[in-house]
Design a protein around this ligand. Structure first.
Ligand code: BES
Ligand code: MN
Ligand code: ZN
Length: 495
C-alpha cells in the first residue's frame, strides 16, 4: 500500500472510498459530520437503523451516498467508551484495514487520524495507523504452490491530515512503514519452517539485510566460536547436524564515540527439547524459537530504513536444539565464555545456554545498554498470556524506557521482579550454576540465570514466548517485539 497526505474536505472528494469514524453513542467524527451535512442527513439516518456495531473496529460500508462524490463511505466504530483509548483507536484502524483489504476499491481517503485521543498527537496517530494498515497487508504464501492471486484491496491510501509542519507528517508515515517492514521480515523468518530457516539461512538473511542497508555483518563459524570459548552455546549445538552460527550486526548511525545499544536475539531454529525431549503435540510450533533473532533482524531493518542517528550492535547465537548421539545429556557440565561452569539439568532449557555466551560477548562493545529478546519460557505464557511480553532488568530506568515503548506502540511488556530471593532458586551441587531453577517462577529464574552474565552493564530481558506467535486458526508469527524495540531506539536516538 502506498501512503500520502491530503488536506481537503471529505465531502468534496472523488474517491473510491472515504473512511470516517463514529464515536460513542453514535456521535459523528468531524469528517463524518461533514459527509452527513452534504448528504442532507443520509448518513445519520442510516446509522440510526443500528447496523453499525458499537464495538471498536466494527465497520459498515455504504455505497453511493446521495450528494457525496465518493463511491463508498466506510463507517468505523471507535467503540462505546466515553474516554477513547489507544486500543480503541488501534482496533478501529485494524477494522478499517480488514474492510479495505477485501474491497474492490483501489484507493481510499482515511479520516480516522483526526480523532482526538488523550495524550496522543497527530504524529502518533499517523505513525500507528500506517504501521497497522501496512502490517495488515502481510501475507505468507511463499511455500504454497497456488498463490492467492486476487488483486482485491486498496493500493493507495491518502491520510486526511493537516499540520503546520507537513514534513513531520511525512516522517510519521515513513516511521510506520519502516516498522511494518521490520515486522514483515520478522514474521517471514518466524513462519519459515525449520528445514528452511536453519542457522545458515539466518546468517544468509543477515548478510542480505546488510547488503541492502547501511549495516555491517560478521558471521562466526563453529571453529571461530570454539576459539572464543563459547562452551555453553556449543553444548546446545552438539546434537544437531546443522552448523551453528554466531551473527554479529553493526549499525553505525551515531557518532563514533557513542556507546552502542546491543540487541541479543535467541536463534533456536528448532527446539525439540534435546534429550529432555518435548511432547509431540504442537511441537511444529517450536520452529518459532528463533523469533528473538528474527525481531533483532527486523529491528535492524526498521532503524536502517529510518536512518536513525544511533549505534546498535546485534548479536544472534543460532543453532538447532536436537537429540542426537553427541547431544548434551542431563547432568553434563559445560564452561561458558564467562568462565562460569553450568550444570545442564534439562536440555530443554537451551535458550539461556546460548544467550549467556552472547551476553558475555556483548561486554566487548562497552554497551550503553543490552536488551536480549527470547522465546525463553512456557511459564511466561502462563503468567502473561499472548498479549504481553515479560520484562526483567537489572536497571529500572532501562526497564521504564522499554515499558513506555511498549505502551506507545501497543506492543506491550510487563515487568517481573528480579529480586535476590529468586537467585536462591539456582543452586548446583556440582557446578557454579544449574540451567534450571527449583519449581515455580520459571520466567524469573530463567532471567536470574541470564543476570549472572550481565553484571557489567545495564541489561533488560524480554521474554516473548507468548507474544511472538499466535496459535489456532491464525497460526503464525506476529512480528513482535519489533515495534517496541524500534520505538525504544527511536527514543534513544532522540527522534
Ligand atoms: N523455547 C522454549 C520456551 C517456549 C515454550 C517458547 C513454549 C514458546 C512456547 C524453551 O526453550 C523451553 O523449552 N523452556 C522450558 C524451560 C524449562 C525446561 C525450565 C519451558 O518453558 O518449559
Ligand atoms: Mn527448550
Ligand atoms: Zn527454546
Amino acid at each position: 500500500m502506498e501512503f500520502t497526505i491530503k488536506a481537503g474536505s471529505p465531502e468534496k472528494l472523488k474517491s473510491d472510498c472515504v473512511v470516517v469514524g463514529v464515536l460513542a453513542g453514535g456521535e459523528l467524527s468531524p469528517s463524518a459530520k461533514a459527509l452527513d451535512k452534504a448528504s442532507e442527513g443520509a448518513l445519520a439516518s442510516i446509522l440510526a437503523r443500528g447496523d453499525l456495531d458499537d464495538k471498536a473496529g466494527a465497520t459498515l460500508m455504504l455505497h453511493a451516498l446521495p450528494g457525496i462524490p465518493a463511491a463508498r463511505v466506510l463507517l468505523v466504530s471507535l467503540g462505546n467508551d466515553e474516554a477513547l483509548t489507544d486500543k480503541s483507536y488501534r482496533d478501529a484502524v485494524a477494522g478499517a484495514a480488514r474492510q479495505l483489504a477485501s474491497s474492490t476499491a483501489e484507493e481510499a481517503v482515511f479520516c480516522l487520524a483526526e480523532i482526538d485521543l488523550p495524550k496522543r498527537d497527530m504524529f502518533w496517530r499517523l505513525a500507528q495507523a500506517t504501521q497497522i494498515l501496512k502490517d495488515s497487508g502481510y501475507r505468507f504464501d511463499e511455500l504454497k504452490s497456488r498463490k492467492d492471486e486476487s488483486r482485491k484491496g486498496v493500493k493507495k491510501l491518502a491520510f486526511m491530515a493537516r499540520h503546520k509542519d507537513e514534513s513531520a507528517l511525512e516522517t510519521a508515515i515513513r516511521q510506520g512503514e519502516a516498522i511494518a517492514e521490520g515486522m514483515a521480515l520478522a514474521k517471514t523468518l518466524g513462519n519459515l519452517p525449520g528445514n528452511v530457516c536453519t542457522p545458515g539461512y539466518l546468517a544468509t538473511a543477515a548478510k542480505k539485510l546488510a547488503r541492502e542497508h547501511k549495516i555491517k555483518v560478521e558471521v562466526l563459524e563453529r571453529t571461530d566460536i570454539e576459539k572464543l570459548g563459547m562452551g555453553s552455546f556449543l553444548a546446545v549445538a552438539r546434537g544437531s547436524h546443522e552448523p551453528p552460527k554466531f551473527i554479529v550486526l553493526h549499525y553505525k548511525g551515531g557518532k563514533a564515540k557513542d556507546k552502542p545499544v546491543v540487541l541479543v536475539g535467541k536463534g533456536i531454529t528448532f527446539d525439540t527439547g534435546g534429550i529432555s525431549i518435548k511432547p509431540a503435540e504442537g511441537m511444529d510450533e517450536m520452529k518459532y524459537d528463533m523469533c528473538g533473532a528474527a525481531s533483532v533482524l527486523g529491528t535492524f531493518k526498521a532503524i536502517a530504513r529510518m536512518a536513525l542517528p544511533i549505534n546498535v550492535v546485534g548479536l544472534i547465537p543460532t543453532t538447532e536444539n536436537m537429540p542426537g548421539g553427541s547431544a548434551i545429556k542431563p547432568g553434563d557440565i559445560v564452561t561458558s565464555l564467562s568462565g562460569q561452569t553450568i550444570e545442564i539439568l534439562n536440555t530443554d532449557a537451551e535458550g539461556r545456554l546460548i544467550l549467556c555466551d552472547a551476553l558475555t560477548y556483548a561486554e566487548r562493545f562497552d554497551p550503553a545498554a543490552v536488551v536480549d529478546v527470547a522465546t525463553l519460557t512456557g511459564a511466561c505464557i502462563i503468567a502473561l498470556g499472548n498479549a504481553t511480553s515479560g520484562l526483567l532488568a537489572n536497571d529500572d530506568e532501562l526497564a521504564a524506557e522499554l515499558l513506555a515503548s511498549g505502551q506507545a506502540t501497543g506492543d506491550k511488556a510487563w515487568q517481573l521482579p528480579l529480586w535476590d530471593e529468586y537467585q536462591d532458586m539456582l543452586k548446583s551441587n556440582f557446578a557454579d550454576i544449574p540451567n534450571i531453577g527449583t519449581k515455580g517462577a520459571g520466567t524469573i529464574t530463567a532471567a536470574c540465570f541470564l543476570s549472572r552474565f550481565t553484571k557489567s552493564y545495564k541489561w533488560a530481558h524480554l521474554d516473548i514466548a507468548g507474544t511472538a506467535w499466535k496459535s489456532g486458526a491464525e497460526k503464525g508469527a506476529t512480528g513482535r517485539p519489533v515495534p517496541l524495540l524500534a520505538h525504544f531506539l527511536l527514543q534513544r536516538a532522540g527522534r
